[in-house]
Design a protein around this ligand. Structure first.
Ligand code: SF4
Ligand code: SF4
Length: 313
């Protein structure tokens, strides 16, 4: 038995967490697959209220969303990971027209998924033929709920996962695997307390009650997800943002000590940092492609970015 084998037989949970750190994740937690009964009422209320706006895909695959065993055959465990992406306060995220911090680097779907498959490779090396799938904000998985179950934090009143050490500038990913892993997880209590900073700071009143977002009012949804043209009122509500919105994270005290990412692939692209924010208003189609084609901004249409960048309140 090699050192690694000894370690994993002592505690598979700790061993897999160690592997997660080895591939560069900042936190890892594990939970057993289960039906997310505690999310049924919340999800249905959110959908019934129409808070998902034009994101019709949220209405579909509800069973997969609530039960990963429907999504991945023989799934036994959900390995949740966090990757800190905090890039500090570059001008492009603080001066209109602003770009959300998570979008300044290579597309996180690619970066996180690549690390998840590296992790799965290491797990297979030690545990044999483990079957599983990696997910990053791309399939019907209630990622935040799994992260909470895995002891990685709590859902703040801004509806984001807050990790007590990392804050909320984190990407969440999961490996859903057919490996039984004994877990000894303690869930993190909600530490929002009496704070209401995010609710008070949201310029559009999109946080309609603690942890409940009416996407139709959320700047992030309006600038990225909404497919039909913005109304004049919506256009005027963007508060200087042209892609995403970080306000309810900027004001959160749990982000007060956020440290910059250690992941080179998530460092802001120099081509983006070199842009003077106001340049976005008149950036050419060609330059937009050169600068943003491998970033999350490629999800938005060039035309939409130009429109969002133009003067508004
Ligand atoms: S992202 Fe912006 S608009 Fe959306 S809830 Fe947070 S502060 Fe409000
Ligand atoms: S700003 Fe306050 S209420 Fe909002 S998520 Fe952070 S700690 Fe919770």
């Amino acid at each position: 038995m090699n050192y690694a084998s000894e370690q994993r037989s002592t505690n598979s949970e700790q061993f897999i967490k160690m592997l997660a750190f080895q591939v560069g994740f900042d936190a890892c937690g594990i939970s057993k697959t289960d039906y997310l009964q505690d999310q049924v009422v919340h999800l249905n209320h959110w959908l019934d209220s129409g808070y998902h706006g034009e994101m019709g895909y949220m209405e579909r695959n509800t069973e997969k969303r609530l039960d990963p065993r429907v999504l991945v055959q023989n799934a036994k465990s959900v390995i949740s990971v966090l990757l800190n992406y905090y890039p500090g306060n570059p001008d492009i995220s603080t001066k209109p027209p602003k770009i959300s911090r998570y979008a300044l680097s290579l597309d996180y779907h690619v970066v996180v998924k690549d690390k998840l498959y590296q992790l799965l490779g290491l797990i297979r090396k030690e545990f044999g033929n483990v079957e599983g799938r990696a997910f990053v904000d791309s399939a019907p998985v209630l990622e935040k709920s799994w992260a909470v179950r895995a002891g990685l934090g709590w859902i703040g009143k801004n509806s984001l996962l807050i990790n007590p050490s990392l804050g909320s500038y984190v990407f969440i990913g999961e490996l859903i695997v057919d490996l039984e892993i004994e877990t000894n997880t303690t869930q993190t209590p909600n530490r929002c307390g009496t704070c209401t900073r995010c609710i008070d700071a949201c310029p559009t009143g999109a946080i309609v009650s603690p942890s409940v977002i009416d996407s139709r009012k959320c700047i992030s949804y309006l600038t990225i997800e909404k497919k039909t043209p913005l109304t004049e009122e919506e256009q005027n509500s963007l508060n200087g943002w042209c892609f995403g919105c970080d306000i309810c994270q900027e004001v959160c005290p749990w982000n007060g000590k956020a440290i910059n990412t250690n992941c080179d692939d998530l460092l802001p692209k120099q081509e983006i940092l070199n842009l003077v924010p106001s340049e976005l208003k008149s950036i050419s189609n060609e330059k937009f492609d050169t600068v943003f084609s491998d970033t999350p901004l490629s999800r938005a249409e060039y035309k939409r970015i130009i429109l969002n960048s133009n003067d508004h309140k």
